[in-house]
Write a protein that binds this ligand. Structure first.
Ligand code: SF4
Length: 69
């Protein structure tokens, strides 16, 4: 399993590339943070914990998850 953690202000994003369906819901929902063409593709500093968690809740595959701090 390819899991990565991204540490931000008040939130940690957990990302499992193995189960992403590439639906683009995250990128459309919060383009400032989820930028699939960039490396790293998650710019966690560009969103608030509230914005990020709301979009991650819509991820259909659960490839994205989060922990609030
Ligand atoms: S919303 Fe979830 S499944 Fe869709 S591209 Fe983003 S991480 Fe992948």
């Amino acid at each position: 399993m390819a899991q990565r953690d991204y540490e931000g202000e008040g939130i940690t994003i957990h990302w499992n590339s193995d189960i992403c369906q590439h639906s683009g819901i995250c990128a459309r929902g919060l383009a400032s943070v989820f930028q699939p063409k960039e490396r790293p593709w998650i710019k966690i500093e560009n969103g608030t914990a509230q914005e990020i968690s709301a979009v991650i809740d819509q991820c259909p595959s659960k490839a994205l998850a989060y922990t609030l701090k």
